[in-house]
Design a protein around this ligand. Structure first.
Ligand SMILES: [Mn+2]
Length: 318
């Protein structure tokens, strides 16, 4: 059976559907989750649909999570969007449903769920949800279009990254035809606070760049405290090195309250996800996350970035 048909068969057979997404959400996690919720509510008005997950810091303009009880999962269908592995699912109660479905665009290293629908060729999970909706003749409303558009904009860096295809733009165009203020939405997606603006200055000033174009910056607890910035706000500075000439790949090392480091790895044109996998993480070829227990491991990771960049640059030249 066609996988989309299989998903709709499941959706049709349940009265209650709970949609989860990943921890530390970004616009694509929220956009795909809440966009799907809007679409299901509009097209299946007799079903109860909830969006579940921890409070969404800084993304309130997209929407809110629902408050649910454990009992709501009884005999219910769970759908998880934009989440590569179960460890990253926000709110562990996803386990309480009767059946579950994975809808995602990350490499399918952990194919969890009764139905697994992963397409790594789309820019974002929001693009995938929109495509499913359009291809199956589902109706959208303004808010669903706004949410999915925000997700696509977020994951493509405003249509900058190579994951932006002709199909992405065709879907974005269909979404944009709905009556919402896309300009105001994009400004909101890109908006940063004054403390984060000042932290951005720090990143530009202190970025270590090697001769091949590998780069890193380390944001210790002390530095973040001095700027009055919380961990979740640092996502806004991750793309900064990508705007600098000759930089190919980089890492942003953010210390956590427990002293360990969360590492965001990015490549402009050189994959970094193998490095992430070696250090307790994973993700897309050009956008991954890893973990480092201390400064020694941070240095190891940076060395590995330097190696892949060095190799990449050399291959280009020979
Ligand atoms: Mn995504």
């Amino acid at each position: 059976m066609n996988i989309e048909k299989e998903i709709f068969k499941k959706i049709e057979s349940y009265d209650r559907i709970l949609i989860h997404r990943h921890m530390r959400p970004d616009p694509d996690a929220i956009g795909s989750q809440l966009g799907l919720k809007e679409i299901l509510q509009k097209n299946f008005p007799n079903k109860t649909v909830f969006a579940v997950g921890t409070k969404i810091e800084g993304l309130d303009y997209l929407g809110q999570m629902d408050v649910v009880e454990d009992a709501d999962y009884e005999g219910a269908l769970v759908i998880v969007t934009d989440t590569a592995n179960t460890a990253r699912i926000s709110d562990e109660r996803y386990k309480l449903g009767r059946e579950w479905i994975k809808i995602d665009h990350h490499p399918n290293d952990e194919p969890y769920g009764d139905v697994v629908y992963v397409d790594t060729n789309v820019s974002s999970c929001s693009e995938l949800v929109a495509r499913i909706a359009f291809d199956n003749g589902l109706e959208l409303n303004e808010n669903a279009a706004r949410l999915l558009y925000a997700g696509i904009v977020g994951d493509t860096g405003r249509f900058l990254y190579p994951s932006t295809t002709a199909a992405t733009l065709a879907i974005a165009s269909k979404l944009r035809a709905f009556d919402f203020d896309a300009s105001a939405l994009l400004r909101k997606v890109e908006e940063i606070s004054i403390p984060v603006a000042k932290l951005s200055g720090y990143v530009f000033q202190n970025l270590e760049i090697d001769e091949n174009g590998a780069a890193r910056v380390i944001l210790t607890n002390e530095i973040m405290k001095s700027f009055g910035v919380e961990d979740y706000e640092t996502s806004a500075v991750v793309s900064i090195p990508g705007s600098i000439e000759n930089i190919h790949a980089w890492g942003i090392f953010v210390q956590q309250p427990n002293g360990k480091f969360r590492v965001r790895l990015r490549g402009k044109d050189i994959p970094v996800n193998e490095i992430a996998k070696r250090h307790n993480g994973g993700g897309h070829p050009l956008a991954s996350g890893a973990n480092a227990k201390d400064m020694v491991e941070c240095d190891e990771i940076y060395k590995e970035i330097q190696e892949v960049v060095g190799r990449g640059v050399k291959n280009e030249l020979t």
